[in-house]
Design a protein around this ligand. Structure first.
Ligand code: GLP
Length: 241
């Protein structure tokens, strides 16, 4: 794992966007694995700036997102589809039909999971996967558990995850209790993983991810086995290393 230490969130965002922009430039048909949460927002803003001011071209790019809340459709302002449209897709020249987010409202969730993995397989995996990290070490919505799950699956959200994400809803009761998430196999299908972490709240999870034992209790610890992981983190997030 390569660790890039940055001073602050702004620098993190610029570094991440630079890596993504170089992948897009070198391969205009690249498949980007994207993430939600607050952490990648600055990188998405920088990508929008690069598109507007420097002509970064998304017209042949495809994207595959990590996860979605179960029960929220794309028009719900807390759905991850809505988030991606607002934070990135609506502001660049990407073809929206080439952007994929798991469906949170499929009548057959198991079929939706299988189809999502088939989609990733059709792409032969992603060229890069952006990841944030939960305070409990989750990636996507792969929560601490007693085993790693390879496939896209339905997950019960951990209580601390619901509490952390309650800030985006009017009350914790409104935070869905389940989600559909890409599994560790989908994440590992990526050529390169860009793990982003900012703030003291991520310090323990980052320490466990980088130095701890590989355990499904800290899902991100499995990244120790991926051949090409770049962790971009600020001083606060690296403060326990
Ligand atoms: C959610 C998402 C994760 C994200 C995590 C951290 O639970 N499913 O993909 O990494 O939140 O979010 P934030 O970046 O807001 O701290």
């Amino acid at each position: 794992m390569q660790i890039i230490r940055v001073k602050n969130y702004e620098e993190l965002s610029k570094k991440a966007a630079k890596i993504l922009a170089s992948i897009i430039t070198l391969n205009p048909e690249a498949v980007l694995g994207l993430a939600t949460g607050s952490t990648p927002v600055g990188a998405y803003q920088e990508l929008i700036r690069l598109h507007r001011e420097e002509g970064l071209d998304f017209s042949s790019i495809s994207t595959v997102n990590l996860d979605e809340y179960l029960g929220l459709d794309g028009s719900h302002d807390q759905s991850y589809r809505y988030f991606m449209n607002q934070q990135l897709f609506d502001h660049v020249n990407i073809h929206i039909e080439q952007t994929f987010v798991p469906s949170g409202v499929s009548s057959d969730s198991q079929a939706a999971c299988t189809e999502y993995d088939a989609r990733i397989e059709d792409f032969c995996g992603t060229d890069v996967q952006v990841l944030g990290i939960g305070g409990n070490g989750h990636i996507g919505f792969n929560e601490p558990a007693d085993h790693f799950i390879r496939e896209t699956h339905i997950v019960d959200l951990a209580e601390d995850t619901r509490e952390a994400n309650a800030r985006f809803f009017s009350s914790i009761e409104e935070v869905p209790t389940q989600a559909i998430t890409m599994g560790m196999g989908g994440i590992f299908s990526s050529q390169k993983i860009l793990l982003l972490a900012s703030g003291k709240g991520k310090a323990q999870a980052i320490k466990d991810t980088v130095l701890g034992p590989i355990t499904p209790q800290v899902p991100a610890s499995l990244l120790q086995l991926h051949p090409d992981v770049i962790l971009i983190a600020d001083e606060d997030a690296l403060s326990l290393l």
